[in-house]
Design a protein around this ligand. Structure first.
Ligand code: ATR
Length: 284
């Protein structure tokens, strides 16, 4: 095996605050080893008030680019000289590519990651009515992805109605907002249910959602991946629904950045799932 990395290594990383929980170093580290790339991918804990200084400094130091995670995705958008359409529509960038003259290109690959994971896990993407729970940044990316895959109408259910209305205003027209109290009935006739809230995540409250009105032919996708099989996915499986877990969204969203920085379009497979989330797999 080649001794890697060398003094010529291509360097990228992830900026977040905090960043210690990020699985991106494992994700990109696995791909670097797998493809024998002379590269490095490092975590950068960057406080919000230092974000611009850090990004410009790292770009000036010759990094190929950065992933950007909470709470920097919106600020990242503001620093970019160029944005892809998804980042522009979401007002948030999670992937920065640094050009030779210090120019910063921003992309948002969350919608891509969600769509690729759904396509891989759901077999056929059927279109039809989709129910999305949540109205944060993750839910917005999910809505864009569903629109690009041909789902509609989209019933958007969120605890805070005004946030759901804001998403519908920004990303409509085929988005119907549904009050949180009516979430169980919103499942009637749905082809797809997506949980894009934090409910059901380890350490967060449970998602209280009876599935009686959900057709058994529906697919259920939880973007929560810790635990890997959330109570929602377990209940959906018992109902006979096809289920898609959230880990693949994380894995697929990393592909465009890796490709741009290191020149390889990397594969998402079982080896990668084990490398990135072995702790969750054995727990499940
Ligand atoms: P992100 O940008 O990662 O999507 P976020 O903006 O904090 O994160 O969104 C979290 C989502 O989970 C929101 O839709 C939130 O609902 P509100 O908009 O009403 O805050 C939802 N959520 C979090 N805790 C919740 C709870 N206890 N009950 C219902 N929804 C909850």
């Amino acid at each position: 095996m080649t001794d890697l990395p060398s003094g010529k290594a291509i360097v990228a990383g992830v900026a977040g605050w905090p960043v210690g929980h990020s699985r991106s170093p494992r994700l990109h580290g696995h791909w670097l080893r797998r493809y024998g790339v002379d590269g490095l991918y490092a975590p950068f804990p960057v406080a919000p008030e230092k974000f611009e200084l850090a990004v410009r400094g790292l770009a000036g130091a010759g990094l190929a680019g950065l992933n950007v995670t909470v709470p920097h995705k919106e600020a990242a958008c503001g620093l970019c000289d160029r944005l892809d359409e998804t980042a522009r529509r979401l007002g948030a960038a999670n992937t920065l590519i640094f050009g030779p003259e210090g120019a910063i290109e921003g992309r948002n690959t969350d919608a891509f990651g969600f769509a690729e994971n759904l396509k891989a896990g759901a077999g056929a993407v059927t279109g039809g009515t989709a129910v999305v729970l949540g109205a944060g940044g993750a839910a917005r990316a999910v809505v864009l992805a569903l629109q690009s895959l041909g789902y509609g109408p989209i019933r958007l259910v969120n605890r805070t109605a005004s946030r759901a209305e804001a998403v519908a205003d920004a990303l409509g027209p085929a988005i119907e907002t549904v009050p949180w109290a009516e979430r169980a009935g919103a499942l009637d006739g749905a082809a797809l249910l997506v949980n894009a809230t934090s409910l059901g995540m380890t350490g967060q409250p449970a998602l209280d959602l009876p599935l009686d009105d959900l057709p058994a032919e529906a697919t259920v996708n939880d973007i929560v991946y810790a635990p890997l099989e959330t109570p929602l996915l377990a209940a959906a499986r018992r109902r006979g629904c096809r289920t898609v877990d959230g880990l693949g969204m994380l894995l697929h969203q990393g592909r465009p950045g890796f490709h741009a920085w290191f020149g390889v379009d990397p594969a998402v497979d079982e080896d990668l799932r084990r490398a990135v989330a072995g702790d969750l797999l054995s727990a499940g």
